[in-house]
Design a protein around this ligand. Structure first.
Ligand code: BGC
Length: 332
C-alpha cells in the first residue's frame, strides 16, 4: 500500500483531534448544564396546593401573595391553581387531581355539595390535610377554616346601612354567586340585621358572577325594574365598583347609597370619591398566610383551633388617606 504523504496524514490527524475536541466540549457542556439544573432544583420540605375560586381575581391574588410569602419562609412549595373563570366543576376536578398527585396539604375555598365533602374525605383518608379558606363547609372533614365570619360580616353590613341612612330605604343586593356559601351567609346576616329596623327593606337580589361587568348589569336591571331602590349593597369583591358603573349608566336624579365588600384599591378610590359610602373589609393576604402556617402546624402534629377568623371592619372615607387605609375602621 502506498504510504500517505506526511502533510496529508498530519492534516487528517489534526482534523480528527479537533473534531473530538469540539465534541468533548459540546457534550461536556451539556453534562455540566444538566448537573447545574439538578443542583439548582430546590428540595422542599412540603408541597401544598392552594385552590382558588379564580386565578386572575385580585382578591384571590392577595390570598396567594400571603400564602406564598409564608411558604417561602418555611421551605414549602406552594402550587396556586384554579379555574380562569369561576367554575365549580373545574375546582372539584382540580381538588381531585391534587389528591392524586399526593400533595402534603390542600388549602381550598369551600364548595357547596356532596362531592366536595366526599373529596375532603378522600384526601383525609390518604393523610392529606385540608383547610378551607374564604368559605367554610363546616360539615365536611376539613381540619380547619381560615377566613371571614361571613354571617357576621353580612350582619355588620346591615348595621352599617341602618347607621348611615335615614327614612325609608329600599335595598337592591348584588351577590357574587347564588350558590356560593359565603354569599348566602353574608346575605342571611344582612337580612337579619335589617330586620331590626322597620324602615329598611330588601327588594331584590341579583348575581354578578363575581365580575365588575356582571355587577354593573345586575345594578342596571335592579334600578330599571325597581325604581324605588335607593340603596345598593355588593357582597363580593368586585361588586361595589360594578354597582357604581351601573348607577352611572342609568343617569338617576337621585344618588343611591352604596355599600360594598372588600378593600381592593379601586373600591377605596371610589370611597374617597364619595361614590361608595362604606365597605366591609376582609383580610385575604392574612388568610393565605395563616392557612399555610396552620397547615405546617398540622404537619408537625401541633394542636390547632378549628375556626380561625381573620377579622372584618367597616371602612369609610375617614379611614382612608391617599388610597391607603390608615385605621382599621369600625370593628364588626
Ligand atoms: C369573596 C370571595 C370571592 C371574591 C370575588 C370576595 O368578597 O370573599 O369568595 O371569590 O369576593 O371577587
Amino acid at each position: 500500500m502506498k504510504k500517505l504523504p506526511k502533510r496529508i496524514l498530519f492534516t487528517i490527524v489534526l482534523a480528527l483531534f479537533l473534531a473530538s475536541f469540539f465534541l468533548m466540549l459540546y457534550f461536556g457542556k451539556e453534562t455540566f448544564y444538566v448537573e447545574k439544573q439538578i443542583s439548582s432544583q430546590q428540595i422542599y420540605d412540603y408541597h401544598f396546593a392552594l385552590i382558588t375560586e379564580e386565578v386572575g381575581n385580585d382578591y384571590w391574588r392577595e390570598i396567594e401573595n400571603g400564602a406564598k410569602e409564608e411558604a417561602a419562609k418555611h421551605n414549602v412549595y406552594l402550587e396556586y391553581i384554579g379555574p380562569r373563570k369561576s367554575d365549580k366543576e373545574e375546582k372539584l376536578q382540580t381538588f381531585d387531581r391534587m389528591i392524586s398527585s399526593k400533595v402534603d396539604g390542600i388549602i381550598t375555598q369551600g364548595i357547596p355539595g356532596e362531592r366536595f365533602k366526599a373529596l375532603v374525605h378522600k384526601a383525609v383518608e390518604r393523610g392529606i390535610k385540608v383547610i378551607t379558606v374564604d368559605t367554610d363547609v363546616p360539615d365536611s372533614e376539613r381540619q380547619l377554616y381560615v377566613g371571614t365570619d361571613n354571617y357576621k360580616a353580612g350582619y355588620s353590613a346591615g348595621q352599617a346601612i341602618i347607621k348611615d341612612t335615614e327614612g325609608e330605604i329600599m335595598v337592591g343586593a348584588v351577590i357574587g354567586m347564588f350558590d356560593a356559601l359565603n354569599q348566602q351567609e353574608r346575605l342571611q346576616g344582612f337580612k337579619d340585621a335589617i330586620a331590626e329596623s322597620d324602615r329598611i327593606e330588601l327588594v331584590e337580589v341579583m348575581e354578578s358572577n363575581i365580575t365588575e361587568i356582571g355587577a354593573a348589569e345586575a345594578t342596571y336591571s335592579l334600578l330599571k325594574q325597581y325604581p324605588q331602590i335607593n340603596a345598593l349593597v355588593g357582597m363580593s369583591a368586585l361588586d361595589g365598583v360594578g354597582i357604581v358603573q351601573g348607577i352611572e349608566e342609568i343617569h338617576l336624579d337621585h344618588t343611591p347609597y352604596v355599600l360594598s365588600f372588600d378593600i381592593l384599591p379601586q373600591t377605596l378610590e371610589m370611597i374617597d370619591q364619595g361614590k361608595i359610602a362604606a365597605t366591609v373589609s376582609q383580610y385575604p393576604a392574612q388568610m393565605g398566610k395563616q392557612a399555610v402556617s396552620r397547615l405546617l402546624d398540622l404537619q408537625n402534629g401541633r394542636k390547632v383551633e378549628q375556626m380561625q377568623y381573620t377579622g372584618t371592619g367597616i371602612i369609610r372615607a375617614r379611614d382612608i388617606r391617599n388610597g391607603e387605609i390608615i385605621r382599621k375602621g369600625e370593628r364588626s
